[in-house]
Design a protein around this ligand. Sequence first.
Ligand code: PMP
Length: 387
Amino acid sequence: MKQVYLDNAATSFPKAPGVGQAMADYLERVGCNISRGGYQPAYDAAQTVLEVRESLSRLLGAPGGRNVIFTPGATYSLNFLLKGLLRPGDRVVTSPMEHNAVLRPLTQLERQGVEIDYLPCTETGELCLEQVADHLTPDTRTLVLTHASNVSGTVFPLAEVGALCRARGIFFLVDAAQTAGVLPIDMAAMGIDGLALPGHKGLLGPQGIGVLALTNSLAQALEPLVSGGTGSLSESLEMPPFLPDRLEAGTLNLPGIFGLGAALRYLESEGPALRERERRLAGHLWARMMELEEDGLRVLGSRDPARRTGVVSIDFLHADNGEMAFRLEQEYGLQTRCGLHCAPLAHRTLGSFPQGAVRFSVGPFTTFAELDYAQGAVYELLMERNP
Ligand code: PMP
């Protein structure tokens, strides 16, 4: 039986061509550390790392390469932002569509006296934009929002929310785990102060490397989550005052950065065509699943295909979603993700708690034929109960 990978929202697969080779080349031919060795290969490797930072800065509209901090992933970047910024007595605004990578750090902070306020969302997971301003009270320190939900695929209007935050001097933090490399992001134009993303999803890079991109004012306000060696100003027991060193302690994941660099080079040449293809695949998957709504299925999320990513979650109305996902895999080779997707409040908002949903998510290398095959399989399962 053929296997069809439709879990790109969890991690993209396959990766961009050249990623594995770049990682192997680093390990087999370079090997040395950067900022800690006075020899040519270390300087060359440091130059490559700087180029990857600059490439990310261009892609994300960040203020510059030095404002790009490497982390182990989006979860780490979000913890860094929230725990580095918020103090007891601060107020933070967020949405119920967030991933636990936001909600769990916030819950920890709430125990320390941080107040959390949730923005209202509709039952299709869309932000009630006209109500956002009412929540941005004078004592609000920051607003943290996902760019797109990993459950419903619904895209949030970042530029509009960013403008509201900027006008009030509120730091705007964005979780771009589902969109970096897939949808255009421009920190400057969207008023984003802190952007968290993983290398292993839409950027088509390896696991274990993530990014935190920051404006200078947020970088100044952030307390380092982790401190330690940077290879610079070692005589001081304080972290260096300049970026990226101020916020980046310890040896970096150099194989990961070299792999991510290869992915970014691929995206720089192929990105526009890949994005367009993924947009068409996303629309196709959504339209095919929507055809089945009258047969006992509910498709979660926005009804406007222009405001969706390539994530389509479905709720079998007359069957157990877990059993259906299991059968899709066992009988059709369809690899999906069932459950609550680390986003319990999103499922509550969408009316799919506690049963969860079966999530299909495309990547740029998915084919239209695979999506038609997936729809046919879902249809067959529905017809068993509803002939
Ligand atoms: N935010 C969202 C919206 C996500 O989908 C994910 C990954 N599922 C994360 C954050 C966390 O990313 P990572 O596991 O790569 O740290």
